[in-house]
Design a protein around this ligand. Structure first.
Ligand code: C2O
Ligand code: CU
Length: 546
């Protein structure tokens, strides 16, 4: 195993990723940031210098479990104090499993400012994947807004609520195209001929097989991804091998990663469209396009065909059926424990609390305290967060998930779930109607510090007696992010065996910002001495120093 050292500088710079010039958070001048390449067992060291000027920062290594290093998970308010402007913070952790992961900002809504990138962990020398390919490529998918994250955050947390709306464009590996003709502001710097927004080009050699590592870091959107004329074989999800299945169009939710194989076996005299579209919400964003370039055609030569048809945005059945198709690869999956020690039902609702628009879980909207949980727990600073844990369920019998919610009485709390170390926990995420008639949204939930087995998905209200009998305990996939479909439920199982404090939240940036998340603590007494570099804020001032 090797040590992979990186030196990063975070900065605001003017960029035109979709032809519209705005301030973007860059890592060493780039957004997406550099791809971290490693082999299983390597230690990654990233020295992050925060040169954002007036803004804090923190970087989360999404999908890396941080076993033994819970303090380097990079979640501001949960595992560390923010990195202050001008400061340098060093992350140091082991990548203990091969697969496709991502990194992104985990401070406020900074991720959508452009701070994100890919992590690709290869197998050690001499080991090989259970599938064959000639080349390996990482492609990040994102949705893009022109307003600053501050403007958006201010709107969301105002009593006079202002929603972020649909994104202005979709980016494929950091490039998109906004229709500049719709901009009326004469001072706007929107220029479709700017080379920064020329489409991403994936060049392929005829006859070769490519492993595409697709990751979504969207702020809001669920996406479909397709390559004109080429089927994709799904082989990996969130760092776990999938029993291969073919798709024309892959649905991917924020925080998910997939590897698909494509074979460059079509007419090599032309190029093809790569396309991503918004699904699950009524789109008001044009398709994101890139080019699949067959060598030696000119990489910029547009395909001779019109761009592919968008999949039906409201075809919920196809999305649910893809979710159900994802199983662990035969012979390579780890079976889950047969039973669980605790079942936590988490009802997802849109609410109002004190006149503010919020998202809640079991009618509790999450607010994280100033002192990070990991520090408060370890140092027993009980005054730093609400000591009453949030409820393990909701009024299950009487709650109607199909009707417009009118709950104006959600509470906000910084309470957390304390899990008994090494126990097996089931989580049932239950979706419901929003505060609008006939409306339910898709929420991608992401767990830090663990992978969970996906035991099942269903439509309607979860049945505590019947549905667990239908759990897949034979070949469930392990993941770290999973969609909860409209009006549906998703059942997960994990073992609470990683000492630390871990966020579990909707990966939609504005939803988490509006309270859609919880924190789990387990084995805090087993956590080693916390590094002083994570301290300095709230009640952790002066802690960790002799
Ligand atoms: Cu990728 Cu807590 O997030
Ligand atoms: Cu959500």
């Amino acid at each position: 195993a090797r040590i992979r050292h990186h030196k990063w500088e975070l900065k605001y710079e003017y960029k035109s990723p979709d032809c519209f010039r705005k301030l973007v958070i860059t890592v060493n001048g780039r957004s997406p940031g550099p791809t971290i390449l490693a082999q299983k067992g390597d230690t990654i060291v990233v020295e992050v210098k925060n040169s954002l000027g007036t803004e804090n920062a923190a970087i989360h290594w999404h999908g890396i479990r941080q076993i033994g290093t819970p303090w380097f998970d990079g979640t501001e308010g949960v595992t560390q104090c923010p990195i202050l402007p001008g400061e340098t913070f060093t992350y140091r952790f082991v990548v203990d499993r091969a697969g496709t992961y991502i990194y992104h900002a985990h401070y406020g809504m900074q991720r959508e400012g452009g701070l994100y990138g890919s992590i690709r962990v290869a197998l050690p020398d001499g080991e090989s994947e259970p599938f064959a390919y000639d080349y390996d490529r990482s492609i990040l998918l994102n949705d893009w807004y022109h307003k600053s994250t501050y403007e958006q955050a201010a709107g969301l947390s105002d009593k006079n609520f202002s929603w972020v709306g649909e994104p202005q464009s979709l980016l494929i590996q950091g490039r998109g195209k906004f229709n500049c003709f719709t901009v009326t502001d004469p001072n706007s710097l929107c220029d479709t001929s700017n080379p920064e927004c020329s489409p991403y080009v994936l060049t392929v050699v005829p006859g070769k097989t490519y492993r595409l590592r697709l990751s979504s870091v969207t702020a809001l959107s669920a996406l479909s991804f397709q390559i004109e004329g080429h089927n994709m074989t799904v082989v990996e999800a969130d760092g776990h091998y999938v029993e291969p299945f073919e798709v024309k169009s892959l649905f991917i939710y924020s925080g998910e990663t997939y590897s698909v194989l494509i074979k460059a076996d079509q007419d090599p005299s032309r190029n093809y469209w790569i396309q991503t579209d918004v699904v699950s919400r009524k789109p008001n964003t044009t398709s994101g396009s890139a080019i699949l370039n067959y060598y030696p055609n000119h990489p910029r030569r547009p395909p001779p065909t019109p761009t592919p048809a968008r999949p039906q945005w409201d075809d919920a059945d196809s999305r649910l059926s893809q979710s159900l198709s994802i199983k662990a690869r035969r012979g390579l999956g780890r079976p889950p424990p047969a039973t669980s020690d605790r079942v936590i039902l988490l009802l997802n609702t849109q609410n109002e609390a004190d006149g503010y628009r919020r998202w809640s879980v079991n009618n509790v909207s999450f607010n994280h305290p100033h002192t990070p949980y990991l520090i408060a727990l370890k140092h027993k600073l009980t005054g730093e967060f609400d000591q009453t844990p949030p409820p393990d369920g909701y009024d299950f019998k009487n709650f109607d998930i199909w009707v417009k919610q009118n709950n104006s009485n959600a509470t906000t709390s910084s309470g957390i779930y304390r899990l008994k170390f090494s126990t097996t926990v089931d989580i049932i995420l239950q979706n419901a109607n929003t505060m609008n008639v006939n409306d339910s949204e898709t929420h991608p939930w992401h767990l830090h510090g663990h992978d969970f087995w996906v035991l099942g998905y269903g439509l309607g209200k979860f049945d505590l007696f019947k549905d667990p009998k239908k759990y897949n305990l034979v070949d469930p996939i392990e993941k770290n992010t999973v969609p909860v479909h409209r009006y549906g439920w998703t059942a997960l199982r994990f073992v609470a065996d990683n000492p630390g404090a871990w966020a579990f939240h909707c990966h939609i940036e504005s939803h988490f910002y509006m309270g859609m998340g919880v924190v789990f603590e387990e084995g805090i007494e087993r956590v080693g001495k916390l590094p002083s570099s994570i301290m300095g804020c709230g009640a952790s001032k002066g802690l960790g120093f002799p």
